[in-house]
Design a binder for this molecule. Structure first.
Ligand code: SF4
Ligand code: SF4
Length: 103
C-alpha cells in the first residue's frame, strides 16, 4: 500500500569501522573546528549552496563520519569566496579549512 511516504534508510554509523584520519588531522591543524555549533549560517549564506548541494555544515558531518569521498566530491562545488567565514558565528576560518581539506 502506498502511504505517500516511506522510512528513510538508516544513517547508522559504526564508528569503530570509520577512518577518521582526515578529520583528526583537521582538528589538529584547525582546533577552532571543535567550536562549531552547527548553526548553519555558513550554509545559509554559501554562494555555491544556492545552486548546488554544497554545505559546509554537512561537509563537517561527513568528515566526522569518515565519508571522505563524499566530502571531497562536495567540496568541488566550493568557489572559495569566503562568505561563510565572514558570517560564522564562532569565527571559524572556514575558507582555510576548505583549502586544507583539498591539499
Ligand atoms: S557558521 Fe560556523 S558555527 Fe555555524 S555551522 Fe558554520 S562553521 Fe559551524
Ligand atoms: S567559500 Fe565555499 S563554502 Fe564558503 S560561502 Fe564560498 S562557496 Fe560557500
Amino acid at each position: 500500500m502506498d502511504f505517500g511516504f516511506c522510512l528513510s534508510p538508516s544513517s547508522h554509523v559504526k564508528m569503530d569501522d570509520v577512518d577518521l584520519t582526515t578529520f583528526n588531522h583537521l582538528k589538529e591543524t584547525n582546533p577552532d573546528i571543535n567550536t562549531c555549533i552547527a548553526c548553519g549560517s555558513c550554509t545559509a549564506t554559501c554562494t555555491a549552496g544556492h545552486f548546488t548541494e554544497m554545505s559546509f555544515r554537512r561537509l563537517l558531518l561527513m568528515l566526522q563520519r569518515g565519508k571522505e569521498d563524499e566530502a571531497k566530491k562536495m567540496i568541488q562545488r566550493c568557489m572559495l569566496c569566503g562568505k561563510c567565514t565572514l558570517v560564522c558565528s564562532r569565527g571559524i576560518n572556514i575558507r582555510k579549512i576548505l583549502l586544507d581539506i583539498t591539499r
